[in-house]
Design a protein around this ligand. Structure first.
Ligand code: ADP
Ligand code: ZN
Ligand code: ZN
Length: 765
């Protein structure tokens, strides 16, 4: 990104102009959208004043741009008095923000991101500042609940439908102010259901009010005191403490088996941070941002801000402002919370740091872990990465001594990890009496677990009913017309659906090719599994959890609440159920097919399989009854599965790292993936080929650089676009970055063709 001068005239300065230089206040502006680059503007005296809307670094401005001088929005990234030719510069038209949206440190961080991830600085700025903040979203209408006087007086004598109704009513009656439904539900840990019942019966009343969002105080949660740490937890805390006191950046991997009490360590470390008058950011995967997680933090700290993607602009804006004012002690949020504008950050924690949701899959394609480490280094603070199955990138850093390693090798109260057994699906003895997904051993284990009043979790990482619809006579397979993917049959809606685009169509009655009427619905999805479970265990309650059944807001929580209260015996679903749940009564976990991800063309396929099996296994054995895990697989001898069965992360890491070292895959080398796509196959391919050629030219003579492709992507066609990929590998990232910059600098991607440059890619499909 070169510094350019935006000039009023396109021609060279005339000689008489050379002397026209003077000392002026100049703002350098980066546009949020459109042109790349940095542009200098003069700051008029009116805006350099100390009024509300004076210009400072980190605020946005409106500036005239281009020949037409249309007004565009940009971010002021530097402000300095320097010698310029004033006649050649335009003036800043207007200052938009009454305070800076980005501190100088955050501006440096975004600049680093633009360089590292090879994207536009403006694009990063727009991603870092939430839309709600940019839109200055303001007030909103809320419905507030309270208990009428007469009800309050007779509280003791009321007959209520459920204990939850009683709890909710008592809580609201005792509350000093009105609460929203969400606040009340959150405070007593129930769903909206009991509250609606109370409203219906007139035991509580609702009124609407328009509030400035800042009036909406957060949920009030009963306070909890810290637990007494066990020896391992104390060691970990001491190490974090030492890092906090050192005032130096320190990366630390908290390697703790599932249920080892990692969260308690975070909580007590944050307590120290808050004690120093500083703030902490806790990053969690989007899916774990459940009320339970949030409640654990609210129960310990006064000012907790929550940031997630389902928030309205107003809520986002309000949380951002509170954080920026320093009113917040702890920020809990998904990926983008790493940008929270905390004035005096003391610690960043990333829980389940191996989760792929920390990598953004659209530009800027950043990984929150790497951004967090960058930020930690800039602010001189520790970064704690917690996981039972750390990413091999982080693990390798501990082996190199770059990050510290803190171990929690045992579960709290010395509960054993569950026994894990594999069921070899190739063995006919296991499947002889079963035409469905559940093998004989798994069926028997379910019978036993349910008989002892335990609960069961079944994991199947495919949604829908049948995952391929095929004609046995001619081999026809129903495929999406827009994507190179087979369609999944969804029984409830009786529809064939593409899981990548919006395409859906009615299932064929006869084979479209050979007219055979014998269409077969093969492959196992969660809906088919649900039908099988209901047929096998009619006397037990069963619930399915996948993106199809969880479309409505709050349904995720509702099912988990029911499961927690024992109203569901068997919970089945996709990876959604593999994470974070802590239910002591789960005594059996069944993995229906551990191999679904194992053979994907992705160097992390083994790692993902290991993580999934290890994480879902961690959902059981948390109570006194213990627990066990059955893993159905066609490849029980695969290293990822053998290691997961033995709860042996270190064995897995050692073997997988050895393979990666041989192939120069991350973390031993760097990788950039470029995806070229477009509606015409030939054009897209030609563009990819041209680009590859230029990349090769840029890297001739470079030691150790490998360029593979262009080749059709693993999913060669998606949403009517043909996709070609180029993969660049080298021992370090720098030569790759300069190659991509060099090859694309003076090159315009042909209209209709799209280019995605992914540094440190996660999605290899
Ligand atoms: P992890 O995050 O490692 O999976 P959690 O932090 O969720 O584990 O802890 C699992 C359970 O153990 C929680 O219910 C937590 O309250 C409890 N726990 C954690 N530390 C202790 C401790 N030192 N003493 C007693 N119980 C603890
Ligand atoms: Zn056919
Ligand atoms: Zn499709």
């Amino acid at each position: 990104m070169s510094k350019q001068q935006q000039s009023l005239f396109d021609d060279e300065p005339a000689e008489w102009e050379v002397d026209a230089q003077s000392q002026r206040l100049v703002a350098t502006i980066v546009l949020g959208e459109g042109a790349t680059g940095e542009y200098d503007y003069l700051v008029p005296d009116t805006l350099s004043d100390r009024g509300d809307y004076f210009l400072e670094v980190g605020r946005r401005v409106r500036v005239p741009f281009g020949r037409s001088n249309r007004k565009v929005v940009g971010y002021c990234v530097t402000l300095e008095t320097k010698l310029v030719d004033a006649a050649r510069l335009k003036l800043v038209a207007e200052v938009i923000d009454a305070s800076a949206l980005l501190s100088p440190a955050m501006l440096r961080l975004t600049r680093w991101m633009a360089d590292y991830y090879l994207c536009k600085w403006g694009e990063v700025l727009e991603a870092v500042v939430p839309a709600g903040v940019r839109l200055l979203a303001g007030t909103r209408k809320v419905t507030l609940l309270s208990v009428p006087e007469d009800v309050r007086d007779t509280l003791g004598q009321l007959k209520l439908g459920s204990p939850q109704q009683r709890k909710a009513l008592a809580h609201l009656a005792a509350s000093e102010r009105s609460l929203t439904t969400a606040q009340l539900a959150d405070a007593v840990g129930c769903t909206a259901g009991p509250i609606k019942q109370l409203l219906k019966r007139g035991l509580i009343e609702a009124h609407e009010k328009r509030v400035r969002s800042s009036e909406l105080d957060e949920t009030i949660v009963e306070r909890e005191s810290p637990l007494v740490l066990n020896e391992d937890q104390q060691h970990a805390l001491d190490a974090i403490d030492a890092a906090l006191e050192s005032g130096k950046p320190r990366g630390m991997v908290l390697f703790g088996v599932t249920g080892s009490g990692k969260t308690e360590v975070y909580l007590q470390a944050i307590e120290r941070v808050v004690g120093y008058g500083r703030q902490a950011i806790v990053l969690v995967p989007e899916i774990s941002l459940t009320p339970q997680t949030v409640r654990r933090f609210r129960a310990r700290f006064d000012g907790v801000a929550v940031l997630h993607s389902h928030q309205s602009h107003v809520e986002r804006h309000r949380e951002w402002q509170r954080i920026a004012r320093g009113d917040v002690q702890v920020v809990v949020g998904a990926r983008s919370a790493v940008f929270a504008p905390t004035p005096n950050l003391g610690l960043i924690v990333m829980d389940e740091e191996h989760e792929s949701s920390f990598k953004q899959d659209s530009a800027p394609r950043y990984h929150a872990r790497d951004v967090a480490w960058q930020r930690a280094q800039a602010e001189g603070i520790p970064l704690v990465l917690g996981s039972a199955t750390p990413s091999l990138e982080s693990w390798y850093k501990t082996e190199q001594g770059e990050f510290a390693r803190l171990d929690l090798p045992r579960r709290v109260s010395n509960r054993p990890l569950p026994d894990v057994l594999t069921v070899d699906l190739r063995d006919p003895a296991h499947t002889r009496f079963s035409r469905g997904a559940i093998s004989r051993p798994l069926h028997q284990a379910m019978v036993a677990a349910l008989r002892d009043e335990g609960q069961v979790i079944l994991l199947l990482n495919r949604r829908g009913f049948a995952t391929h619809v095929q004609c046995p006579a001619c081999g026809y397979v129903a495929e999406c017309p827009a994507c190179d993917l087979s369609l999944t049959f969804h029984r409830q809606e009786s529809i064939l659906r593409c899981h990548y685009c919006d395409h859906h169509e009615p299932p064929p009655v006869n084979c479209p090719d050979c007219k055979s009427p014998a269409i077969r619905y093969g492959g196992m999805g969660t809906q088919k599994l649900e039908a099988e479970v209901r047929a096998r265990f009619p006397e037990h309650t069963c619930e399915r959890m996948d993106t199809d059944s969880m479309r409505k807001a709050g349904s995720h929580q509702r099912v988990l609440d029911k499961f927690c209260q024992g109203e569901i015996d068997i919970l089945l679903g996709t990876q959604m159920i593999a994470k974070g749940l802590d239910f002591p009564n789960v005594t059996l976990v069944g993995v229906i097919n551990a191999d679904t991800a194992l053979h994907l063309p992705d160097f992390r396929a083994g790692e993902r399989t290991f993580q999934l099996v290890a994480q879902v296994a961690g959902r059981t054995g948390r109570g006194e009854k213990g627990g066990r895990v059955l893993v159905q697989t066609l490849s029980p001898e695969h290293m990822a599965i053998r290691a997961a069965v033995r709860h042996d992360f270190e064995m897995f890491a050692e073997e997988d790292l050895a393979t990666r070292r041989q192939l120069c895959y991350p973390p031993f080398g760097s990788m950039i993936r470029i995806l070229v796509r477009g509606p015409q196959e030939e054009t897209a391919q030609a563009v990819a080929e041209g680009l590859t050629q230029r990349l090769r030219q840029e890297t001739t003579g470079e030691e150790g650089v490998r360029i593979m492709g262009p080749a059709a992507a693993a999913i060669p066609k998606l949403r009517d676009h043909y996709r070609f990929q180029i993969q660049l590998q080298a021992p370090t990232l720098d030569p790759l970055r300069s190659a991509v910059t060099g090859a694309t600098a003076k090159w315009k991607v042909p209209t209709g063709t799209f280019l995605a440059v992914d540094v440190d890619p996660w999605d290899m499909m």
